[in-house]
Design a protein around this ligand. Sequence first.
Ligand code: ADP
Ligand code: MG
Length: 339
Amino acid sequence: ESLINRIAAGEIIHRPASALKELLENSLDAGATSIRVVVKDGGLKLLQIQDNGCGIRKTDLPILAERFTTSKLSSFSDLSRLTTYGFRGEALASISHVAHLSVVTKTRSEVCAYKAQYSDGRLVPSQAGHTPDPKPCAGNDGTIITIEDLFFNIPTRLSALRNTSDEYSRILDVITKYAIHNPKVSFSCKKAGSGTPEISTPSGSTTPQTIGMLYGHTVTKEILHADIVSPDNTKADETWSAQAYFTSANYQAKKTIFLLFINHRLVESTRLKRALEGLYTGILPKGASPFIYLSLEIHPRAVDVNVHPTKKEVHFLNEDVITERICDSVQDILAEKNS
Ligand code: ADP
Ligand code: MG
């Protein structure tokens, strides 16, 4: 059973960056305004994320890493959150099958923090022979999740991920994208034992400011913005809205930088990317590429973004119409700017 769970978990958690994506979403879900990440060996040795979010109640800790228990958690009161971040309750469970997972957490109403360690979906005692209870400890409001020795029990996976600097780049890339999508939240990321973080954003920034901080001011200087909504005659449960930030003809990157969030989840859509990229043909010189960040909000029933966590490529209802309308708006603004 444990082997099957491990294989299943390895399908959800591909690499350090995919574990981090889940943890970032949990922290944002918990209402954090500050998220600090510490990494060792590209996240394979250590991946730690500290947030100042709502924390996890002591009574929820024993079942935290069981699969599909989310709805059982008493702190999970706001059902509207189901429409934004994961409803699967699989991330922590999966991680506990392929790494050493520990949690230190404190809610505002508790007087101290609690520490819990997990293995194969279950709470384990911190010392052999002790009862597997969350142990009281010192700690700030919020949650620290520590993942150590990721894939220690999947040697083939581990050897496939030997390039730790590549894994670290992927981690920075995920944080960069979430930081742009959440400009009010302060993010940082550094290597364990190092003083200077590779990423550090203040809280309360604007989207263009954050794009400038993370992708360089050549991007921000030329950043254009489109605020797009579904047509007035759209059926009530098919309405949608989108925010796009994109560069004009004066910005030229070697490769397209495309960030897509659907309902606040980082996803991929080759279709949308190609369509938006295509608008720059004839505007940008040959070989030059744009920066495009698109945030789309759509009725949760219209999108299969959460069907399975490994399915990063998304599809949604009315994809043709929505893609076309977004492209029209972006094209209008580009044309106006370059006329
Ligand atoms: P899901 O996010 O799909 O519910 P996870 O395994 O990612 O499943 O997390 C399980 C639950 O643990 C979450 O629903 C949430 O209640 C709680 N949780 C996880 N991380 C945090 C965090 N950083 N702050 C507060 N609660 C958290
Ligand atoms: Mg989650």
